[in-house]
Design a protein around this ligand. Structure first.
Ligand code: CAA
Length: 258
């Protein structure tokens, strides 16, 4: 494993845990942190002993957005050349399920990072927002697109145009997060969910993630036909034979990922 300065990494029960670690700056996403985060994600994604990945911040902040100090004086051309934001799109390309464990501030690029993940477990203190309007810009990493698909136009417009922040319960009600738990339990809850999923059939997990994400990218007819092909494809795997046989024999399946 590589050594990192802006994140911490840990492995347990087939789960790779990445903790954003710039607490003094509320985990503001500077270029060094984003590069390290992407490197760790790819490293876990390529490791057979890891089944799922959790991205965590700390109790006070998941992440308070892109690092304003780093970009305040940048020109448009510099921003384009840096193009950190396009890295976010690559999170969706991670083959294993990624869960965001969110407590405290989850703002701007932080919320966009959480929304790039496949599921969000939130603490009761989590606050979700796209405050870019306060600093004279708009979201640039999915905050107008993924957010609108998740919460709908009405709420997204208020968040993007008037800095409305959502409480954890509101975010859950609008479908932005999967579940809300007390602050002292949010990380354990995310870890437990990740470990449960990591114990499941690896190829089916990969196909299932791709197929659900595809629902946001394609026409229904194309999505249905891709889903069907993936379903049939899984019949070429040993895990499908094992899973169905185990059901018939009333025992737990032993997944091999082949
Ligand atoms: N970038 C850089 N530094 C940040 C930061 C950010 N996004 N958010 C917080 N910090 C820093 C503060 O500058 C402060 O550092 P110093 O102690 O060195 O002054 C430290 O974190 C603690 O922050 P506060 O003192 O402001 O803490 P608070 O509890 O009073 O307020 C807050 C918390 C409401 C989250 C406030 O920090 C805030 O509004 N942050 C900015 C949020 C924001 O605008 N995010 C969007 C960024 S743009 C973006 O993300 C673009 C995109 O779509 C990719």
């Amino acid at each position: 494993m590589s050594t990192y300065e802006n994140i911490l990494i840990e492995e347990f029960d087939r789960v790779g845990l990445i903790t954003l670690n710039r607490p003094k700056a509320l985990n503001a996403l500077n270029s060094a942190l984003i590069s390290e985060l992407m490197e760790a994600l790819f490293e876990f994604d390529n490791k057979d002993s890891i089944g799922t990945i959790v991205i965590n911040g700390n109790e006070r902040a998941f992440a308070a957005g892109a690092d304003i100090k780093e970009m305040a004086t940048a020109s448009a051309v510099e921003m384009l050349k840096r193009d950190h934001i396009s890295l976010f799109d690559r999170i969706q390309g991670i083959k294993k399920p990624v869960i965001a464990a969110v407590s405290g501030w989850c703002l701007g690029g932080g919320n966009e990072l959480a929304m790039s993940c496949d599921m969000i477990v939130a603490s009761e203190s989590a606050r979700f927002g796209q405050p870019e309007i306060n600093i004279g810009v708009i979201p640039g990493a999915g905050g107008t697109q993924r957010l609108t698909r998740a919460v709908g136009k009405a709420v997204a417009m208020e968040m993007v145009l008037n800095n409305r922040t959502l409480t954890a319960d509101e975010a859950c009600q609008y479908g932005l997060v999967n579940r809300v738990v007390p602050v002292e339990r949010y990380l354990d809850e995310a870890k437990q969910l990740a470990a449960e999923i990591a114990a499941r059939a690896p190829l089916a997990l990969r196909m299932g993630k791709e197929a659900v994400n595809n629902a946001f990218e394609s026409f229904l007819r194309d999505g249905l036909s891709d889903e069907r092909r993936a379903f049939y494809f899984l019949f070429a795997s040993q895990d499908q034979k094992e899973g169905m046989q185990a059901f018939l024999e009333k025992r737990n399946a032993e997944w091999k990922g082949v």
